[in-house]
Design a protein around this ligand. Structure first.
Ligand code: ADP
Ligand code: MG
Length: 680
């Protein structure tokens, strides 16, 4: 909330300050940067002869008639006479006695509102009314701000107005940069946008290329770049223990694998190895499409830490995925005599305690789990490397918890969601990226088919055929965002229906509400081939690896996001032979749903899908902002303002190089409470 000193200065009562806090206005700078949604023009009067339907204007006139009538409902109707014989009707469906008084016959008033075509002629509904004697015309356009109930426009205007007056709006950009980019000064830009002179039109003021907007967007992007680049600088300056080993464990694992690494995997492994040998913490993202083989690269990286005598933690976003990693690691690392543990949510309290103890006394060396691994009560003996799978699925709080386990820990993140270039340059600027850009050999191409759900019979026949061929199938239930209970019901119903449809086949069910141990049991049955069909909610989206699964049916694919569909589809095509993904949809389809299905049907490249997804939905999805509260950009748009982003990046680098005195001023202004978040 706005502090006491500022409240006194700006004459804000404590209740008002609470209201402002609801709008996220917590510092005087937040007020300065709270910009209007639109403007009203009270700078001149429109003669009644020039009133146009649909236009917003201010009109002067004398009240010649006032009446409360009942037409469907009770309402106040007032006739206003302007110059000549022109009449304007004013209509109020909600009104107070004070308004009736203000509009008594004979009063001269100014009214502001939109002209509509009414029952008796031109009218305004609920206009703003001013006493013509008291009100002089405004000199600037009147800003209309986003607000909350209980905080009216005129109060907000007064508060913001006094913030603009009282606060030192000195520039936070070096003069050389302002000149080079030909931007208005900060003070000019905000004053103009809060109170534009009447010669500016709405269209100009709403256009992002308006110089004042360009200035604000630039400042916003600059703040982001500064905080990112400073975070990077701090990381590089902080120290971590260089981890390098003799290669003994890595070589043993490589020798024992049934495949050899692809050149892309080798390259990424080399990059990670090099990072880990540095004396500052690694912060690297291993990016690769679903099925590209990130797990083995991460495991090898873990072995480097083990060779150097340190522990490794691998964090997965779901219990199912943690279980899968655990099983894979047991298979790979048991022959090497490496103690692998899984701190699973399904363990009994006592077992958990035992595992935690093994983690803290160093008996456990390779530790797998969900974000529970980074709770306060888990103490590592000597953690050297933290691996975070599907990092975009974790919220900011969880990433912070990890960071708090030790600044000096090397971090390897993994993600199947490629980061488009603009995001890589902005939100992920403090992340080095390694890309596995080709899939392992012997991957069968996946055929995607779009099938209307009325043709469900055909799909069922196809499932039967796949199973007769000795393969397995996933059947994914529709996503029901509104209600988890409903989702569960749908999954159970689908499961029952499919059991009846395929009485001769073994069908399993896995959903998010099952206990981890039950989930793991069902997954194991599917992995080992005891189940032919696995009915699942979207819990299988991430990371599950069953090479024999050759078919995936997705019901109501139109409800799912693109990256989600792509992730799901990536669960098949992992063994030899042909694989098919059937996207069932139900009519009618919205335009956006059609666009999505078309993209997923036409593209198999995760990067291209992500790029198109970004276009359709904006960057929020990528950043997981809905769950995590990462502040998105308020003014700048990464698509449209790429040139500004590029200049901001260079400018930030220059300011940091020159140790500019403006850095702190600028960050305080733009990121007063958010700095910490931006650097995770
Ligand atoms: P993702 O990148 O989606 O996490 P995984 O690491 O689960 O992919 O790998 C998918 C499958 O490919 C696994 O069964 C894995 O063992 C296998 N795999 C990984 N690398 C190779 C390779 N170089 N050659 C053949 N198979 C591989
Ligand atoms: Mg994976």
């Amino acid at each position: 909330m706005i502090n006491e000193q500022q409240r006194a200065l700006l004459k804000i009562s404590p209740t008002m300050a609470e209201k402002l806090a609801k709008l996220n206005l917590k510092t005087e700078w937040d007020l300065v940067l709270h910009l209007p949604l639109r403007y009203e023009d009270e700078t001149h009067l429109t003669p009644m002869a020039d009133m146009r339907i649909g236009e917003q204007c201010m009109v002067a006139g004398e009240v010649i008639h006032q009446e409360v009538i009942i037409r469907n409902r009770r309402q106040l109707v007032v006739q206003l006479k302007g110059d000549g014989s022109h009449i304007l009707f004013l209509r109020f469906i909600h009104f107070y006695p004070s308004q009736q008084k203000q509009l008594e016959v004979g009063k001269k008033v100014h009214v502001v509102g939109e002209i509509r075509s009414g029952f008796w002629g031109m009218e305004m509904i609920h206009p703003k009314v001013y006493d013509a004697q008291k009100k002089s015309l405004s000199e600037t356009l009147t800003p209309i701000y986003p607000t909350v109930s209980g905080l009216n426009q005129s109060t907000l205007r007064r508060i913001i107005g006094s913030a603009l007056e009282q606060i030192d709006l000195q520039d936070s950009l070096p003069e050389t940069i302002i000149n080079k980019l030909n931007l208005p000064s900060f003070a000019d830009a905000v004053r103009l946008l809060h109170a534009p002179p009447p010669e500016y039109s709405q269209a100009q003021l709403n256009n992002g290329s308006f110089p004042a907007w360009q200035r604000l967007k630039f400042d916003e992007l600059l703040a982001q770049q500064l905080s990112m680049q400073l975070a990077r600088k701090m990381r590089v300056a902080s120290s971590a223990i260089p981890l390098s080993g003799d290669g003994s464990l890595c070589n043993q694992l490589l020798n024992q694998l049934p495949f050899s690494l692809t050149p892309a995997q080798e390259k990424c492994y080399r990059e990670i190895k090099n990072d880990m040998s540095q004396s500052h913490p690694m912060h690297r993202l291993l990016q690769g499409d679903v099925g590209s083989g990130k797990t083995i690269v991460a495991t090898l990286s873990g072995l480097i830490a083990l060779e150097a005598g340190f522990q490794v933690a691998m964090m997965a976003p779901t219990e199912i995925l943690a279980e899968q990693h655990y099983n894979k690691l047991l298979q790979w690392l048991n022959p090497l005599n490496i103690p692998v543990v899984h701190l699973s949510g399904s363990l009994k309290k006592k077992e958990k305690e035992q595992i935690k103890q093994a983690i803290s006394n160093g008996e456990a060396r390779f530790i797998v789990g969900t974000h529970a691994l980074f709770q306060d009560d888990v103490v590592f003996e000597n953690l050297g490397l933290a691996i975070v799978d599907e990092q975009h699925r974790f919220g900011v709080a969880q990433r912070l918890a990890l960071k708090n386990k030790g600044q000096s820990i090397h971090q390897l993140m993994m993600s199947a969601t490629p980061i488009p270039r603009t995001l890589a340059m902005s939100f992920f600027a403090d992340l080095d990226v390694s890309v596995i850009d080709s899939l392992p050999p012997n991957r069968s191409p996946i055929t995607t088919r779009l099938i209307n759900s009325v043709r469900r019979n055909e799909v069922e026949r196809y499932v039967r055929k796949i199973v007769e061929d000795g393969r397995q199938a996933y059947w994914v239930c529709p996503l029901i965002e509104e209600s988890e209970t409903l989702q569960l019901k749908t999954a159970t119903e689908t499961f029952n229906t499919l059991q009846q449809t395929f009485p001769e086949l073994s069908v399993g069910l896995v959903h998010g509400r099952m206990k981890p141990i039950e989930k793991a049991e069902v997954m194991n049955q599917f992995v080992s081939g005891r189940l032919s069909i696995l009915v699942a909610t979207t819990v299988i989206e991430v990371g599950v690896d069953v090479p024999n699964a050759a078919l995936m049916v997705i019901e109501h694919a139109e409800r799912m996001g693109l990256s989600q569909l792509h992730q799901l589809r990536g669960r098949i095509g992992r063994g030899g032979g042909k694989s098919t993904c059937v996207l069932m949809f139900a009519e009618p389809l919205s335009e956006i749903a059609k666009a999505r299905l078309k993209i997923i049907y036409e593209n198999t490249d995760g990067f291209e899908i992500a790029r198109q997804d970004l276009n359709l939905r904006g960057p929020g999805e990528f950043l997981g902002s809905r769950q995590s509260g990462v502040p998105l950009l308020r003014f700048a748009n990464l698509q449209e303002d790429l040139h500004l982003l590029e200049s901001a990046r260079n400018c930030a680098a220059q300011m940091i190089r020159e140790n500019s005195k403006y850095i702190q001023t600028h960050l305080m202004r733009w990121l007063p409470h958010r700095e910490e978040y931006l650097s995770v």
